[in-house]
Design a protein around this ligand. Structure first.
Ligand SMILES: *[C@@H]1O[C@H](CO)[C@@H](O)[C@H](O)[C@H]1NC(C)=O
Ligand SMILES: *[C@@H]1O[C@H](CO)[C@@H](O)[C@H](O)[C@H]1NC(C)=O
Ligand SMILES: *[C@@H]1O[C@H](CO)[C@@H](O)[C@H](O)[C@H]1NC(C)=O
Ligand SMILES: *[C@@H]1O[C@H](CO)[C@@H](O)[C@H](O)[C@H]1NC(C)=O
Ligand SMILES: *[C@@H]1O[C@H](CO)[C@@H](O)[C@H](O)[C@H]1NC(C)=O
Ligand SMILES: *[C@@H]1O[C@H](CO)[C@@H](O)[C@H](O)[C@H]1NC(C)=O
Ligand SMILES: *[C@@H]1O[C@H](CO)[C@@H](O)[C@H](O)[C@H]1NC(C)=O
Length: 370
């Protein structure tokens, strides 16, 4: 009875708010968040490796290790990455893996703090996840005469560094040394790291390795969002972008303030629609599933138009629902920030994007036999 009264009150007050401020979870409950994937785990070699205990001995009492992988010059040479194991890490139980790529001028520790992927209680498939924060190599910066960490796909990327190859080498290294579920690898990133996440989704050799992708406030320069993006399968995408973002404006732009066209970025609405079209979902597109090892617990019907809801205050979600969804969250008033209540990345929102939406979205997807 009490909950019914509360519900009635909540509906009345929601209706009293102006449209942009209304928020309801109705659309989420119906089909925006499909059911959890039931695809089986796929244990990596690290689940039965005799050297796994040596690897685990590198972790601190907070379950962190700051590691380096010595790779060839084309893969950027010595590559650093921060690894966090969940509180309950089991050496022979496969765990989900989330890679989280930092933004331009940022690094692993900040990326960990703004995203919260290492926070206790963040689970995928009922277990804590392994969160890895790789670091970009040093590029020339925006003026060409600096030394600033960045990822492939931006005008300021380190020349000649193949971060796609680095990511593959990193996954192989982690798979050999940790007990991971290779059907549950996920990629995410902020800004330049969000652009690189998009590039991983557009590249067949990496689109096939991750079950879902979360580019946030993504710097979608042409090198990160190629016009001929052809992942070779349908790719689940969850994307956040603030309407008050002045670094990567929501409406897109043809050049930066200095008139440099290599700093052009797309209209974010069109960017999402392009993914929906590639995935074969959404308005006016064909209904063919594009290949794919993606497995959902049950088939999701195609919609002709995206479902629109307001899951949080000042936030509109347009969900293109089909086998591989494209969920676009547009946050009114938010600048160039990872959405969070604590303002650790600048902007303050009423929700933490990681726990409220990204991890639940990831959980609905796993690679598996198609
Ligand atoms: C989710 O699972 C429930 C219960 O098994 C089922 O009724 C519902 O149709 C499923 N929804 C989707 C989107 O698959
Ligand atoms: C990589 O690290 C090793 C060990 O610290 C060092 O000997 C080597 O010079 C480094 N290589 C590069 C390219 O920096
Ligand atoms: C990890 O170590 C590298 C040097 O090997 C250092 O540059 C970086 O700041 C360290 N990162 C963290 C998160 O401690
Ligand atoms: C962005 O794209 C959408 C969808 O095509 C369009 O409605 C909107 O007007 C575009 N915005 C700008 C500023 O061009
Ligand atoms: C939502 O947006 C309105 C109008 O821009 C603003 O006044 C309000 O503070 C915002 N609410 C939150 C929680 O950010
Ligand atoms: C969001 O994350 C911050 C930092 O971990 C935490 O303090 C806060 O309670 C979280 N907020 C919500 C609504 O979960
Ligand atoms: C397990 O993963 C490997 C690659 O890591 C893949 O070749 C194989 O098909 C996967 N098996 C299942 C049952 O998903």
């Amino acid at each position: 009875m009490r909950s019914l009264l509360f519900l009635a009150f909540a509906i009345c007050s929601a209706n009293a708010l102006p449209t942009a401020r209304r928020f309801s979870r109705k659309a989420d409950a119906v089909s925006v968040n499909p059911n959890l994937s039931t695809a089986p785990s796929n244990a990596t070699a690290g689940c039965s490796s005799s050297s796994a205990s040596d690897f685990l001995s590198q972790f601190s009492s907070t379950n962190h290790a700051n590691l380096t992988l010595a790779l060839s010059p084309s893969l950027g040479g010595n590559r650093t990455f921060l690894v966090h194991l969940p509180q309950n890490y089991y050496a022979s139980t496969p765990h989900a893996l989330v890679l989280s790529f930092h933004g331009f001028k940022s690094a692993a520790l900040k990326q960990e703090s703004i995203t919260g992927f290492s926070e206790p209680g963040v689970l995928i498939n009922g277990k804590g996840l392994v969160a890895v924060y790789p670091e970009g190599q040093f590029g020339p910066g925006k003026n060409g005469d600096e030394s600033i960490r960045a990822w492939q796909g931006a005008p300021y990327s380190p020349p000649g560094v193949d971060d796609i190859g680095f990511t593959q080498a990193l996954l192989a290294h982690l798979s050999d040394n940790l007990c991971l579920d290779s059907n549950r690898f996920y990629a995410s990133g902020k800004s330049n790291g969000g652009g690189f996440t998009n590039l991983l989704a557009c590249t067949p050799s990496t689109a096939s390795l991750f079950a879902a992708f979360a580019p946030v406030s993504a710097a979608l320069y042409a090198g990160a969002n190629p016009a001929d993006c052809a992942p070779g399968r349908s790719v689940p995408i969850i994307n956040f972008h603030g309407l008050a973002d002045t670094v990567i404006p929501f409406d897109g732009r043809d050049a930066d303030k200095e008139g440099r066209t290599e700093y052009a970025t797309p209209n974010i609405t069109q960017y999402r629609e392009a993914w929906a079209a590639r995935n074969g979902c959404g308005a006016g597109t064909s209904s063919t599933k594009v290949g794919g090892r993606v497995k959902l617990s049950s088939h999701i019907a195609l919609n002709q138009a995206p479902l629109i809801s307001h899951p949080h205050e000042n936030t509109t979600l347009k969900a293109f629902t089909c086998d591989s969804q494209v969920n676009g969250f547009t946050v009114d008033g938010l600048g160039h920030s990872w959405p969070g209540t604590a303002g650790l990345d600048g902007g303050v929102t009423t929700f933490n994007a990681t726990t409220a939406n990204i991890v639940p979205f990831f959980e609905t997807y796993a690679l598996g036999d198609s």
